[in-house]
Design a protein around this ligand. Structure first.
Ligand code: HEC
Ligand code: HEC
Length: 373
């Protein structure tokens, strides 16, 4: 998704005859050194439109943004539960259940891909929100219905005028973008590891520092977990065991098969496991691959992995120490108990203060005066 944009840009540059200039800009060697050695970097400051965020916050918590007004974004991404739902597998729209874990939306602003199988572009929060709202198994909402509902709430119409422009009529795609803007504003706060990287040597414990050394050294977690959210943004096969609930519970199985069939996956009726990225790419080499996850604020987001099969960070480290599960691309690590504990202490140092946003009081519907729509 990003590449064609870059190509187009390059085209513009060459048309303007500035390619040689761009090529001539030599990067200072220190920048090379930094990018060559993967590391977990402090979070850069997040950028967002404050007025859009204010309206987006209301819509994020508003159940009227789902078809039958039963669910809001916060039902599955609850600020009090680390912006996930605290369950191994997510619920679904009434009469359906989902087959994967509901991920935390924290730090979405820095994700280069969304969803466990990485099917959506991380730079396009609006499209992600559209999927969440319109998919039959999440909010089953129609964009045109959303826009008419927003228009019958006078407070929203007033906020719209400030956030977008006076006289502009609420419309579906803008609603998705406005909620997306709120999502981008939800970022980690006051993280010990970030303070440590910015020069406060005492911000993390000696044990966490030992864990950091293992993370970059013997355990080599950093080969996949790097950058500001500790993710390479790529897909890998770890062999996380299947969650048996998915085949036991018809409601979850139905949603999984529906996802496979919508993606055009061949022979999907004979598939009883979550094939991850393969359903999207249809490349056999992608079977069982999932997106490398952020390691920030894990203190608040248990259980872990795409199907919630790991309850604690200790369980996760044990899993890596064994070299992962069936078909994994990982190797056994041979860590002793003290080393495993240190690695967990390091992971904990990547959690900041709990990021809580209180649900605003919902403004009521009020029929619009005829002729003023
Ligand atoms: C019924 C539960 C449910 C509702 C309601 C819901 N989501 Fe989600 N959300 C999920 C699940 C499950 C996933 C992961 C889907 C997958 O990987 O296949 C997800 C993925 C996401 C992601 C990607 C996170 C990541 O790290 O990949 C974001 C961001 C997100 N949802 C935001 C929202 C917003 C905003 C709303 C409201 C418009 C919303 N969600 C409504 C369950 C829900
Ligand atoms: C080969 C790449 C790779 C390596 C190496 C790796 N990870 Fe991961 N990590 C992933 C992927 C991919 C996932 C998501 C897998 C899934 O859900 O099936 C993940 C998930 C996790 C999660 C769960 C996050 C969540 O929100 O559910 C934790 C914690 C974690 N890794 C920690 C580590 C630690 C600690 C190490 C080093 C011992 C490590 N990882 C090494 C790729 C990797």
């Amino acid at each position: 998704m990003i590449k064609p944009k870059l190509k187009r840009l390059a085209g513009v540059f060459s048309a303007l005859g500035v390619v040689s200039l761009v090529g001539a800009l030599a990067l200072p060697t220190s920048v090379h050194a930094q990018t060559d050695t993967p590391d977990v970097l402090p979070l850069p400051e997040a950028k967002f439109n404050k007025k859009m965020v204010e309206l987006g916050k209301y819509l994020y918590f508003d159940v009227r943004m789902s078809g039958d007004a039963a669910l809001s974004c916060a039902s599955c991404h609850d600020p009090k539960k680390g912006w996930g739902d605290g369950e191994a597998l997510s619920r679904g729209y009434p009469a359906s259940e989902y087959f994967r874990n509901s991920p935390s939306i924290l730090n979405s602003a820095y994700k280069n891909r969304f969803t466990w199988d990485g099917r959506l572009d991380g730079s396009d929060a609006g499209t992600l929100v559209r999927d969440m709202m319109t998919e039959a198994h999440t909010m089953n909402m129609d964009g045109r219905l959303a826009q008419e509902r927003v228009k019958q709430v006078p407070e929203y119409v007033a906020m719209w005028a400030t956030a977008v422009k006076p006289g502009d009529d609420p419309n579906g795609m803008r609603i998705f973008n406005i909620i997306g803007e709120f999502v981008k504003s939800v970022v980690s706060q006051n993280v010990p590891y970030d303070k440590f990287k910015k020069g406060d040597a005492n911000a993390i414990s000696a044990e966490a520092k030992q864990g950091y050394a293992l993370f970059k050294g013997k355990a080599n977690c950093v080969s996949c977990h790097n950058g500001p959210i500790a993710s390479d943004g790529k897909l890998h096969r770890l062999g996380v065991p299947e969650n048996p609930e998915i085949t036991k519970d018809p409601l979850r199985h139905i949603t999984m098969l529906r996802h496979f069939s919508t993606s055009g996956m061949p022979n999907y009726m004979n598939t009883h496991t979550d094939v991850g990225s393969y359903a999207i790419t249809k490349e056999p080499k992608d079977k069982g691959k999932f997106l490398t996850q952020s390691l920030r604020d894990l203190k608040y987001t248990a259980p872990y992995m795409h199907n919630g099969m790991m309850k604690t960070l200790g369980d996760v480290v044990e899993f890596y120490n064994r070299g992962g599960g069936q078909g994994s691309e990982l190797k056994a690590l041979g860590l002793n108990d003290a080393e495993k504990k240190a690695l967990v202490a390091f992971l904990e140092s990547l959690s900041g203060d709990r990021v809580v946003v209180e649900a605003p009081k919902m403004p009521a519907y009020q029929a619009r005066t005829f002729g003023k729509n």
